[in-house]
Write a protein that binds this ligand. Structure first.
Ligand code: DGL
Length: 276
């Protein structure tokens, strides 16, 4: 089991921000990634639908015998993490607790902004996670529903990004926060524009780094670290356009990735890791 891949899922390309940190911190681990771009964004959907899509993807990864599940999506973590931990007998990690932890470590004035999808913000998951550890943190949550489609369309470098980001973040202009949680795994791809708008006095929190640290800890603790000496064979699947996914992936990860189209709703059982 310890030489099986880590299963990582997101509604789309956002989970690649977590993959990049897994590669940096755990370069020998193998990844089976599923990005449900055909149904992205999840963040504007009702919780029942988010759960339906997420569990279909997670069931698929478990059928492929992954050794661990990483829900590299804040929206799916907010809605499904507790249920997923009951449903599967392998470790299941989300991205919200690690992001909250990193924010507590970073803030000095105890005023933390949170941006995420409608579903993540309305779930109140971040304030809950922050207050579980530190009751004195003041939170300023803001939904930024326009960001995900910019990232999925590969438009992060386009001229229209900065005005959209500035408009979406205007609530923070007099909020006096010193830390901003990027509470959607798609948002680190917009970090440069977000940083420009927020200014240098605000620390941006990308939960990927802390999530990879959690993965590392759980693998070591449960003696699940990969021992095979062969190079890891990563597999990237998307229910959307494989070419567009590969382009965004190569830009973000800094190296080319092979991406195959696979939609768990069209054929849940027919994936063959060797043949794609
Ligand atoms: N990347 C996802 C997240 O972290 C969500 C994007 C979406 O599908 O709305 O919340």
């Amino acid at each position: 089991m310890r030489n099986q891949p880590i299963g990582v899922m997101d509604s789309g390309v956002g989970g690649l921000t977590v993959v990049s940190e897994i590669w940096r911190q755990l370069p020998r681990e193998e990844i089976l990634f599923y990005g449900d771009s055909a149904r992205c964004p999840y963040g504007d959907r009702p919780a029942a639908e988010i759960a339906e899509f997420t569990f279909r993807a997670l069931d698929f990864l478990v059928e492929q015998r992954v050794k661990m599940l990483v829900i590299a999506c804040n929206t799916a973590t907010a809605v499904c993490l507790d249920w997923a931990r009951e449903r599967y007998d392998i470790p299941v990690l989300g991205v919200i607790a690690p992001g909250a932890r990193a924010a507590i470590a970073a803030t000095t004035n105890q005023r933390v902004g949170i941006i995420g999808t409608h579903a993540t913000i309305s779930s109140n998951s971040y304030p809950r996670a922050l207050h579980l550890t530190h009751r004195g943190i003041a939170t300023v949550p803001v939904a930024c529903p326009r960001f995900v489609s910019i990232v999925e369309q590969g438009l992060t470098a386009s001229a229209e990004v900065l005005p959209v980001v500035a408009d979406s973040l205007r609530e923070f202009s007099d909020a006096n926060i010193d830390t901003l949680i990027l509470g959607c795994t798609h948002y680190p791809l917009l970090a440069s524009a977000i940083g420009q708008v927020m200014g240098p006095s605000v620390t941006l929190i990308n939960s990927a780094e802390e999530t990879a640290r959690d993965i590392s800890f759980v693998l070591a603790d449960q003696q699940m670290t990969r021992t095979h000496m062969t190079e890891p064979n990563h597999v990237f699947l998307t229910s959307g356009d494989a070419g567009a996914f590969a382009d965004i992936g190569a830009r973000w990860l800094g190296r080319a990735i092979a991406v195959s189209r696979h939609d768990v709703w069209e054929c849940g059982e027919c994936f063959d890791a060797a043949g794609g």
